[in-house]
Design a binder for this molecule. Structure first.
Ligand code: PBG
Length: 323
């Protein structure tokens, strides 16, 4: 018999057929856009390491959020650059802190937008670590009450979802207990469950001024070599009450996204992090890649691996290009 006997190309003839049989789709409603909030008002300054993203004062963050809402993007996640730092990160817990203020303004301005807050000390501590220090040690249990207080202050301001990104053991349970105890049982927890100690966070740490002053984060973030350990982190976070579990970074860890989504029954998110974004932007600026197609392909790959939600700096561009 002569070959070919099967002709898969038949279904690739024309956009109607291709669209009909398409297995994976990304919509703006799958995306969450990160915002970096600074003190003051009227501030909107482009971030050198994240071209197209801005340092925004709370009032301008609300303007940006309106634009994000109009594009049909699901929500924003807020990071804060406080007016001052100390060893305990106390400006991160204050009801009049930058993130808390921005949450209130965005909730007022955008009735149809999910407001997520990043819960972590590193942007607020003078030493830049994600927990409190004893000597050179980031101590786990003493950090938990601070994270719980931060999550509570975000909930009081009106956050729909809190997202702990510190990788302390037991923090999801501690935060859930604190939220429930204060009447915030409806506030969801998106845990950065499998967060790797990654060089891909470089541009973010410049943007958020959150690089550790001494040492690194390998004592609490995961070893990039491990995938079974990710399943254990995910299981513990789900047992402690996580509503959504996240894998971070995304592209270099799509195998982790796939096994996590195959092995747990809560929704999975993936964080397409700053270094992934910066590489695309840098190559596109030189004319080396077609940015629009690369972004479409990137976000599709992350969805195809099993993520229902994607945190990405490309969200606004994606929505403009593909919605
Ligand atoms: C805070 C935090 C980080 C990121 C999100 N939350 C940085 C870090 O762990 O050092 C990185 C996000 C990105 O690179 O886009 N702990």
């Amino acid at each position: 018999m002569a070959f070919p006997q099967q002709r898969p190309r038949r279904l690739r003839r024309g956009e109607r057929l291709r669209d009909l049989v398409r297995e994976t789709r990304v919509r703006p409603a799958n995306l969450i856009y990160p915002l970096f909030v600074v003190p003051g008002s009227g501030m909107r300054e482009e971030i050198a390491t994240l071209p197209g993203c801005f340092h925004l004062s709370p009032d301008r963050a609300a303007d940006e959020a309106r634009e994000v809402e109009a594009l049909g993007i699901a929500g924003v996640i807020l990071f804060g650059l406080p007016e001052s730092k100390d060893p305990e990160g106390s400006r991160g817990l204050a009801d009049d802190g930058v993130v808390q203020t921005a949450v209130r303004e965005i909730r007022r301005a955008c009735p149809d937008l999910l407001v997520v807050t990043d819960v972590c000390l590193c942007e607020y501590t003078s030493h830049g670590h994600c927990g409190v220090l004893e000597g050179h040690d980031v101590v786990n249990d003493a950090t938990l009450p601070l994270l719980s207080r931060m999550a509570l202050s975000h909930a009081r301001a009106g956050a729909h979802v809190v997202a702990p990104s510190d990788m302390m053991d037991g923090r999801v349970g501690a935060i859930r207990t604190a939220l429930d105890g204060a009447g915030f049982s409806e506030v969801a927890i998106l845990s950065y469950a499998a967060k790797y100690a990654s060089a891909f966070y470089g541009p973010f740490r410049v943007a958020a001024d959150s690089a550790p002053a001494v040492g690194d984060r390998r004592g609490y973030q995961m070893d990039p070599c491990n995938v079974r350990e990710a399943l254990r982190e995910v299981r513990l976070d789900v047992e402690e009450g996580a509503d959504i579990v996240m894998v971070k970074p995304a592209l270099p860890y799509l195998d982790v996204v796939r096994v996590v989504s195959d092995s747990c029954d809560v929704p999975v998110a993936a964080y397409n992090v700053s270094g992934e974004y910066a590489m695309v932007k840098a190559a596109a600026a030189r004319g080396w890649i077609d940015e629009e197609r690369v972004v479409g392909e990137t976000l599709t790959a992350i969805r195809r691996a099993g993520a229902s939600a994607i945190l990405t700096y490309h969200a606004k561009d994606f929505a403009r290009w593909f919605a």
